[in-house]
Design a protein around this ligand. Structure first.
Ligand code: C2E
Ligand code: CA
Ligand code: CA
Length: 294
């Protein structure tokens, strides 16, 4: 809010609030419309970046998460936190997810064709609830595996608990199909109080990704945060699942996770998401122990 609007607000708060809101809302609506129209007309401005994941046991890169990026013609770079919900609202998310998944396949194919050994290396991709339900996901993935002639063992699907709201049996069946293709399944954005905690033993999942907010809670209330993190870690380990800690930003957090014997970490402390060109160079040297990446 600029200085003049602030002054107006002080003079006549009620009028100004409504004027301000009208102005802001119409701007927001215009922006949303611009984004949805551009995405509708072409997905060319969507491209992938790759954020490495590192094993804490041997400090080696074990894979990466592929994330969508979007540079608008008129608005410049738009955050996924803004365009993904718009794409979901306008039923464009399945196309975006599938485009990003295909980029993951193309990336792996290119590495394999260059004789790069990718044993135990996986790229995880995000599946929105609508993608999971709308398209025939299993067939799409099968077709991509055939098209690029690669194994599903290089991939991992990240799902959130929202996909279990609908038909749990159908969801389990679909997840089992993905596993039959050689893919792993991870639960994304896991936090305290999620109903998924009870579902974990039912579901064919391999990995649980602890949300960044769990690590952040260590800063807010150290002793309680530690108890929560420790107990959740033990719970997941007892269920024989692996853990990825997301949002690791500091050496202290890394040391804490190492003490808890968390399996993998992902976060700015290791590396921000990388372009496909930089990612390819970094991953080719992945058998070296990691130091902090660019
Ligand atoms: P997410 O799936 O939880 O992805 C992790 C997000 O955390 C990414 O944000 C990543 O850049 C960010 N991040 C990683 N390490 C750190 C850290 O140390 N500190 C902080 N502050 N952030 C960190 P990004 O790329 O902005 O994506 C935001 C969300 O947008 C994703 O959250 C995911 O829900 C969604 N998204 C991104 N790409 C796709 C996609 O291709 N398909 C779908 N359906 N959703 C996507
Ligand atoms: Ca994710
Ligand atoms: Ca996440």
């Amino acid at each position: 809010m600029n200085f003049f609007k602030q002054k107006n607000l002080l003079k006549n708060p009620f009028n100004s609030i409504s004027e301000e809101n009208t102005f802001d809302n119409s701007c927001e609506v215009d922006r949303k419309l611009m984004i949805s129209n551009e995405l509708k007309n072409s997905l060319n401005r969507i491209y992938p970046v790759f954020q490495p994941k590192v094993s804490l046991k041997d400090k080696k890169i074990i894979g990466a998460e592929i994330l969508a990026r979007y540079t608008s013609k008129d608005l410049g770079v738009v955050s996924p936190k803004e365009f993904i919900p718009i794409a979901e609202e306008h039923n464009l998310i399945a196309q975006i997810d599938l485009k990003i998944i295909e980029q993951a396949f193309i990336f792996i194919k290119k590495e394999l064709d260059s004789n790069i050994i990718l044993n135990d290396f996986r790229i995880s991709f995000n599946l929105s609830l609508k993608t999971f339900n709308q398209v025939d996901l299993v067939d799409c993935l099968k077709n991509l595996l055939k098209k690029y002639n690669i194994s599903g063992c290089y991939f991992e699907a990240e799902i959130t608990e929202s996909i279990f709201i609908k038909d749990i049996n159908n969801t389990i069946q679909k997840l089992n199909h993905l596993k039959e293709l050689g893919m792993e399944i991870s639960i994304d954005d896991f936090t305290v109080g999620h109903s998924t905690a009870q579902l974990l033993c039912l579901l064919p999942v391999d990995i649980v990704k602890f949300d960044k907010c769990l690590l952040d809670s260590l800063d807010i209330n150290q002793s309680k945060g530690i108890i929560i993190y420790k107990n959740l870690t033990n719970l997941i380990k007892e269920l024989d699942l692996r853990i990825v800690a997301e949002g690791v930003e500091t050496k202290d957090q890394l040391d804490f996770l190492e003490d808890l014997k968390v399996d993998y970490i992902q976060g700015y402390y290791i590396s921000k998401p990388l372009s496909k060109e930089v990612a390819s160079i970094i991953f080719r040297n992945r058998t070296n122990s990691f130091s902090r990446l660019p």
